[in-house]
Design a protein around this ligand. Structure first.
Ligand code: ADP
Ligand code: ZN
Ligand code: ZN
Length: 707
């Protein structure tokens, strides 16, 4: 048999597949990972196809050295190669998405199954214990210990075991040791609840889709409408039909409650994937799914590639969340990959959100759950204009916080900017502290006593004087979460204030502390607006709600709407009810009005109409190409060359982007109705220009469906 092998390599230029002759005694098929000779090296490769014969003469065909134990299901090989095509990447990088965790690109996988010697009692051993065999005290002890089941040899003592083995009383063999992640165990335990009428109707619709083995559904449910319970039932119904399920969630560190609910309901059938797992745990969870022992995978975007056989359902929780898009190559969107995989497997796709993307609202079949489970209304939202006010908080906000303090209640305050202040300048000469590698100003972090770049990580100690003129009079502009935290402490003391943003290391612990506190304020970036279920929050505040609106991006409205509506959804989930205050420079902004009225349908209808008129997704596909170089010039020349070669849709640019990590950048945006043709054309253009001799210092990044 001939195996067509795609080498796992970082090099973009090296493209397989290459033919190898598989000897009869070797176990290799599509999806096998092989160690193969390659020139004078040995490298890992993946079998992407098999054939009877090769075009090459037999003497040119080498044989693989070894087939690794863990291979990939063939349908995932197809999915990985598809992702490579769809997101203009390389086959090796597409395949890396579906390989066992830790396979890498080296000569050997970095992670493998772990085994250890285990001792087991034999029948003779059992008889020896019962009968009067002559046994030493220690030997008798060890045998008795084995009555409860096999034990790791190391724990029982090798010397004693070996002597028992020689007498045939125990057998010792290599057995696989499973590295299992710790159980999450956070949040309230939801028992077996009686479904509301809306939940029951949703489950019924999903069951019908499961029976049909097809369907792309959008569960559009208000915050607190009980979507998670619907997912849990849908997963149970999937298992009952003998199939498996993937549940995609935004980063688990931020929303451990949802993942924990699955773990509690389904126990060992759940494999949980998240960034805190060790390499070994990740590998073993993968293997548990591959063997069919775990039949539910809960995890972030990469879980869409989980090796579950007989997939019947893919759930995408909080489907509007930006974390579903991968920022590095391949820049895949897990929501699009999920659609593709569901279609391939005959599985049902179930996306859920209170603030769905316009794309999903338009293209998926809608199931609506407009009411909260407890029959409580959504909290009233008040928009307050900030023009002419000084300081970060409006008097109405201060009053509301004051009443939280008096009543010993809880509040969540959102400001989507971390650090102390936006930037620092010299009052005398006007110097602004800027990043030496990026064209942006440095953000002041008071706690860490430094100024830092939020794009490349460059940081400097907090200056005490201006290096240009020596003045010690430095001005701090704008407000970030750090400064707001201090301001809030002054208002609500003695209630505790908890801060949550990317500068805080203990995210889960902070959430837990806020949850278990009797009263207090949680302040932070968009992290505080994720799907948390804190029952007793009575006040939600959005500070500078239009900060996201000032981005020159066609998704600015959608983002702002989602952020405000999601934050509002955290408030008033308990007996005391709740309210929301949204501070903005522009109280007339359309998306804020819709968010204040909890009118997602109204917002989406208007947004879709706008997108249809302007030919934005979902009515067209966007592809972004960014060229970068150290010097100013080559990047825009390369972008122009690419533009001239693209022959579909409209091409906007090249437009300069701010310098990032020491690289000048130019951007093109391609807008086209025919997605496949656009991807093909951009790929061809980029590959041709990138291979040009004069482009050696230029880097190319292609982003299909940029966020
Ligand atoms: P969503 O994800 O739609 O915002 P959740 O799934 O977090 O809503 O549910 C909100 C709360 O309601 C949770 O505490 C959950 O345990 C509870 N809940 C869900 N369904 C029911 C039900 N049918 N009856 C009573 N409580 C429910
Ligand atoms: Zn100065
Ligand atoms: Zn920088």
């Amino acid at each position: 048999m001939i195996a067509k092998v795609e080498p796992l390599t970082q090099a973009r230029a090296l493209r397989g597949p290459f033919d190898y002759r598989v000897p009869d005694e070797m176990d290799a098929d599509v999806g096998s990972v092989l160690l193969v000779p390659f020139g004078r090296r040995r490298i890992l490769g993946v079998v992407v196809e098999t054939a009877e014969r090769s075009e090459l003469p037999p003497e040119k065909l080498a044989e693989p050295i070894e087939a690794l134990a863990e291979g990939v299901p063939p349908e995932l090989i197809r999915l990985g190669l598809w992702a490579a095509e769809e997101y203009v990447s390389t086959p090796a990088r597409g395949l890396a998405l579906v390989l066992p965790p830790g396979t890498g690109t080296g000569k050997l996988p970095r992670v493998r199954a772990r085994t250890a010697l285990r001792a087991e009692l034999t029948d003779a051993g059992r008889a020896a214990l019962d009968g009067g065999d002559r046994l030493g005290e220690r030997q008798r002890e060890v045998l008795a210990q084995l009555l409860d089941g096999p034990v790791a040899a190391a724990a029982a003592g090798h010397g004693t075991l070996r002597s028992l083995e020689r007498r045939g009383l125990v057998c010792i063999a290599d057995a696989r040791v499973e590295r299992r992640p710790e159980i999450l165990g956070v949040g309230a335990v939801g028992g077996d609840v009686q479904l509301t009428a809306a939940q029951a109707a949703a489950v019924e619709r999903i069951d019908a889709a499961l029976d049909a083995g097809a369907g792309s559904l959008l569960l559009h449910g208000a915050t607190g409408s009980g979507k998670t319970e619907v997912y849990l039932r849908a997963v149970a119904d999937t298992l009952r039909r003998g199939r498996s399920a993937i549940v995609l969630v935004p980063e688990i560190g931020l929303t451990p409650q949802t993942a924990a609910r699955f773990e509690r309901r389904f126990g060992d059938l759940v494999a949980i994937m998240h960034s805190k797992l060790s390499a070994g745990e990740r590998f073993d969870e993968w293997a548990r799914m591959r063997r069919g022992e775990a039949r539910i995978c809960v995890g972030p975007r990469s879980a869409v590639f989980a090796p579950l056989p007989d997939l019947g359902l893919i759930v995408i929780d909080e489907e509007h969340d930006a974390s579903y898009k991968q920022e590095g190559d391949p820049r895949y969107d897990a929501r699009t990959v999920a659609e593709r995989r569901a279609e391939q497997a005959g599985a049902v796709l179930l996306a859920g959100s209170a603030t769905p993307r316009p794309e999903s609202f338009e293209l998926l079949e809608r199931i609506s759950m407009p009411e909260r489970v407890d029959g409580r209304g959504l909290p009233p939202v008040e928009l307050v204009g900030m023009t002419g006010t000084s300081g970060p908080l409006h008097t109405r906000t201060r009053d509301a916080l004051e009443s939280v303090r008096r009543g010993g209640e809880k509040a969540i305050v959102l400001l989507n900017r971390r650090g102390w202040s936006n930037f620092l300048s010299c009052r005398v000469c006007g110097r602004v502290w800027r990043c030496p590698r990026c064209d942006v100003s440095l953000v002041l972090h008071q706690g860490a006593r430094r100024v830092a770049c939020h794009h490349c990580g460059h940081a400097e100690p907090l200056p005490s004087a201006c290096p240009d003129c020596g003045s010690v009079s430095l001005a701090r502009h704008g407000v970030g979460t750090e400064r707001l935290e201090q301001e809030l402490e002054e208002i609500v003391a003695p209630l505790p204030v908890f801060r949550l943003d990317a500068d805080v290391a203990a995210v889960a612990a902070t959430l837990r502390r806020f949850d278990s506190a009797d009263s207090g304020v949680l302040v932070g970036t968009q992290m505080v607006a994720k799907g948390h279920d804190f029952p007793d929050v009575t006040l939600g505040v959005v500070v500078d709600a239009d900060s996201t609106l000032r981005f020159p991006d066609f998704r600015a409205e959608e983002r702002t709407f989602a952020l405000v509506a999601q934050l509002a959804g955290r408030s008033g989930r308990g007996k005391r009810g709740g309210r929301v205050i949204v501070q903005t420079l522009d109280p007339e902004a359309g998306c804020l009005g819709f968010a204040a009225a909890h009118d997602a349908e109204g917002f989406l209808a208007g947004e879709l109409e706008r997108r249809r008129t302007l030919s934005y997704p979902p009515f067209a596909t966007l592809i972004r190409v960014v060229c970068s170089s150290e010097e100013l010039g080559p990047e825009s020349a390369a972008a122009e060359a690419i533009r001239d070669r693209i022959d579909v849709g409209t091409v906007l640019g090249p437009a300069p982007l701010f310098r990032l990590k020491g690289r000048e950048r130019a951007q093109l945006v391609v807008k086209a109705a025919d997605r496949a043709a656009a991807v093909r054309s951009v790929r061809a253009a980029v590959e041709e220009v990138a291979s040009g001799r004069s482009r050696s210092g230029v880097n190319f990044a292609v982003d299909v469906d940029p966020q």
